[in-house]
Each structure stands twice: as C-alpha cells, then as structure tokens.
Write a protein that binds this ligand. Structure first.
Ligand SMILES: [Zn+2]
Ligand SMILES: [Zn+2]
Length: 107
C-alpha cells in the first residue's frame, strides 16, 4: 500500500488508499498507520489526524489542506499531480463511490 511519512514528526505513517474507507490493514493498526489525514498540495506534506488540528491551514506553509481522496494514492504511485491519467482517476473514483454505496447498503 502507498505510505507517506507524517510531516508532524510522529512515528505514524499515513496510509494512502484508493478505497474511500482507507486501507483495511492500515485501519486495523492505528498505532502505526493512519487512514485519516490531511494533505497540503502546496508543499506536498501529509499530516496524520493526530498531528493536524482538524483541517486547519498547513502548519508548514499555511496552505489549504485537502482531506483523503483516491487522487493522493495515485499521485504517489505515478509521481505527482498532473501525471495521473484522468481516465484512470475517473474510473477509480467511480468505483470507490459504488463500493461505498454497496457497503452502506448492508451485508
Ligand atoms: Zn502525525
Ligand atoms: Zn503546506
């Protein structure tokens, strides 16, 4: 799974996932991984939910923070914003929405 270091200096790793609910393995191990995080597109830092203060501006550069999106995992895999094929992104976002709807619908 794609992982990013938390910019807050804590020992946890931020788990990036194309699944809107987060990677299940990472979600099951919150002491090591955080599936809830914010990302600063301006300075490319990731802040875990234990270090950022509720979506406040980036502590490093003051930029606006983004919540989790499948785009973050893809950007890490493809090497940056703008390198992710838009068609792939659209498919994954769509699939994520369908997956989420199904999960909410019950088992
Ligand atoms: Zn942290
Ligand atoms: Zn920043």
């Amino acid at each position: 799974m794609p992982l990013a270091e938390c910019a807050g200096g804590c020992p946890r790793l931020v788990s990036l996932s194309v699944d809107p609910g987060g990677n299940p393995m990472a979600a099951a191990d919150p002491a090591r991984f955080r599936v809830r995080y914010h990302h600063c597109p301006a300075c490319q830092r990731f802040w875990c939910d234990g270090c950022e203060q509720g979506g406040s501006p980036c502590r490093s550069c003051g930029g606006a923070l983004e919540g989790p999106t499948p785009r973050h995992a893809l950007e890490l895999i493809f090497g940056g914003r703008g390198r992710v094929p838009e068609r792939l992104l659209a498919t994954l976002v769509l699939r994520g929405t369908v997956f989420e709807a199904r999960r909410r619908g019950g088992n």
